[in-house]
Design a protein. Structure first.
Length: 306
């Protein structure tokens, strides 16, 4: 088996409207992949097909080389969904024991507590009495109860504070190092940039970008540099606009900003050219994932990264 997940030409229609259109990608073992996209982009539909909750209208979906509905697949996956729903009048210990009983290769209870941060006292509390953060920890424990090889995380850090969020992602990195494959959605773009090896960006039901955070930024975001003028600002701007690598120039907060495809060429032209341009306090900005996200989702026809 070469791939943990494989989607090939997958489309899904509801009442003659395509929610997902022609999606193809594969995921390898031990990878951490972020699914990004605005609301209505098709992320939930795609995840539902991977979980075997929906059948594709076209194309094929395979998980561990089998249809997602296969019992052998279900024994090897775990899912932490955005909405945390727990059974009333059951204690945390009882809920975890129930879910663990469904799996042949269940996770050790002590390991679950250590990984998810659940305290011994939490196990004896009724699940509906847990705080929001504790419910997220319980949901994480239930997703890991079967010691899954493939883990789906849908907006997993919603409602967590900064420290809890950092601890959660440290745990996820540790799971990936053990060979577990992680697929997660998030609206926190910084999380995707910091955590994911790879980003799949959806817009209007289509996969419009597929690559590492660095690759997506490099392909879609214009580089820029800024500096303070050491002489007449208007004259400096006119000189800058004459340089071949400079695509645009504007001022903001007292600094002159230059957009370009190559900051190296602009710097070379500024400092080694005959003009001898008077600048100081030079800063280089390679763009952000937020900018790439905006470009790709607003103009998806301009940005297929495969």
């Amino acid at each position: 088996m070469d791939h943990v997940v494989e989607m090939n030409g997958v489309s899904k229609s509801f009442h003659h409207k395509k929610a997902v259109s022609g999606i193809s990608f594969t995921l390898g073992e031990g990878s951490i992949t972020a699914i990004l996209g605005p609301n209505g982009a098709g992320k939930t539909t795609m995840l539902s097909m991977l979980l075997g909750l929906l059948e594709p209208s076209e194309g094929t979906v395979k998980v561990f080389g089998l249809p997602p509905q296969d019992s052998k697949v279900r024994e090897r996956i775990g899912a932490m969904l955005q909405e945390v729903s727990v059974m009333d009048r059951l204690k945390v210990r009882e809920i975890i024991a129930l879910i663990r009983s469904y799996y042949p290769q269940r996770a050790d209870m002590d390991d679950l507590m250590h990984i998810t941060g659940l305290a011994p006292a939490d196990l004896n509390r009724y699940a509906e009495k847990l705080s929001g953060g504790q419910k997220r920890s319980l949901a994480f424990a239930l997703a890991l109860a079967g010691n899954p090889q493939l883990l789906f995380l849908d907006e997993p850090t919603v409602g967590l504070d900064t420290i809890a969020r950092r601890r959660f992602w440290d745990t996820v990195r540790g799971l990936a190092k053990q060979g577990k494959t992680i697929l997660f959605t998030t609206h926190y773009l910084q999380e995707a940039e910091d955590i994911a090896d790879r980003i799949l960006l959806f817009s209007q039901g289509k996969l419009v970008a597929d690559g590492s955070p660095g690759e997506i930024k490099a392909r879609m975001v214009k580089q820029s540099l800024s500096f303070l003028p050491a002489g007449d600002e208007a004259v400096l701007i006119r000189q800058l606009l004459k340089l071949p690598p400079v695509e645009g120039c504007y001022t903001k907060d007292g600094r002159i900003h230059v957009t370009t495809d190559s900051t190296d060429e602009v710097l070379r032209a500024i400092f080694t050219g005959e003009l001898g341009l008077a600048v100081k306090d030079v800063r280089i900005d390679h763009g952000s994932l937020d900018e790439a996200f905006e470009q790709l989702t607003l103009n998806p026809e301009e940005a297929l990264i495969r």
